[in-house]
Design a protein around this ligand. Structure first.
Ligand SMILES: [Zn+2]
Length: 261
């Protein structure tokens, strides 16, 4: 049994995870600020939702492997790996380099609803209206639809050489788990968008099957596109070791924390 010396409940809690205390406070503050409609605050051990629901900050599993952190993400696990904004990011080199890919399912279920029970509220937006990109159904909660409309406006203003990457969109809302897992995708919450599948690269397509398999990084998506999404609160799946380069998801807490560091 591992014996840890720690001061106070939060100190004990944090000693079990890979997130230092100062970083944990900044991360939790960013989380509360990112979802004001749903999160009231946090105490020494829980995230407290406005509904009264408490979600533990840590599930108490010490020394998680990267695979366990993705599979059983608690609140603090979502911030274990810092996300770097912009074009100057380090190419992910190890299976732990998945910034923002860990999501606590209890939190996202509470905010967006369970799609298998018809609980996800959707709003229809026009994708790249000046370029006839069609309509998309995205989450009404957390301002996702409004933010994606702003992204769309900025993207269609980019030089025309970028437009081919953006349409048709390969989809937003899709009530399904992530391929090969039982975890719900951000598409199940209608808080993610895939751009044109024709230019995407995906970690499983090189023959990797398990999270622990070696993959080699590939990307064809221009960084000008990534920067527009990041500016408006969306993280990019191209910054993950388990890359999914057409994928963007609304994670304003991750973007806000990245801006601070
Ligand atoms: Zn996707």
């Amino acid at each position: 049994m591992k014996v840890t010396l720690c001061a106070g409940l939060l100190g004990c809690l944090l000693s079990a995870v890979a997130v230092p205390a100062a970083h944990a406070d900044a991360a939790l503050d960013a989380l509360v600020a990112a979802y004001p409609d749903f999160i009231a605050g946090y105490d020494a051990k829980d995230l407290v939702l406005k509904s009264g629901k408490h979600i533990p900050l840590s599930n108490g599993i010490a020394d998680k492997t990267p695979e366990q952190r993705i599979e059983h993400a608690d609140i603090l696990d979502m911030f274990a790996m810092p996300y770097t904004l912009g074009a100057d990011y380090k190419q992910p080199a190890t299976p732990a380099d998945d910034p923002g890919r860990a999501r606590n399912q209890a939190l996202f279920d509470a905010m967006y609803g369970d799609c298998t029970k018809g609980q996800v509220k959707l709003k229809t937006i026009q994708w790249l209206p000046a370029l006839n990109g069609g309509s998309l159904r995205v989450a009404a909660a957390n301002g996702v639809a409004e933010q994606l409309e702003v992204v769309s406006r900025d993207l269609q203003a980019l030089p025309s050489k970028f437009h081919v990457y953006l349409k048709p969109s390969a989809g937003t809302y899709n009530c399904r788990p992530i391929a090969g897992t039982s975890r719900m995708s951000m598409h199940a919450y209608a808080a993610a968008i895939d751009i044109n599948v024709k230019f995407t690269d995906y970690w499983r397509w090189g023959g990797a099957k398990k999270e622990t398999d070696k993959v080699s990084y590939k990307n064809r998506i221009p960084m000008e596109i990534v920067e527009v999404f990041e500016k408006h609160g969306f993280i990019w799946g191209g910054k993950w070791y388990h890359y999914d380069t057409m994928h963007f998801e609304y994670r304003p807490e991750i973007i806000a924390l990245a801006k601070k560091s």
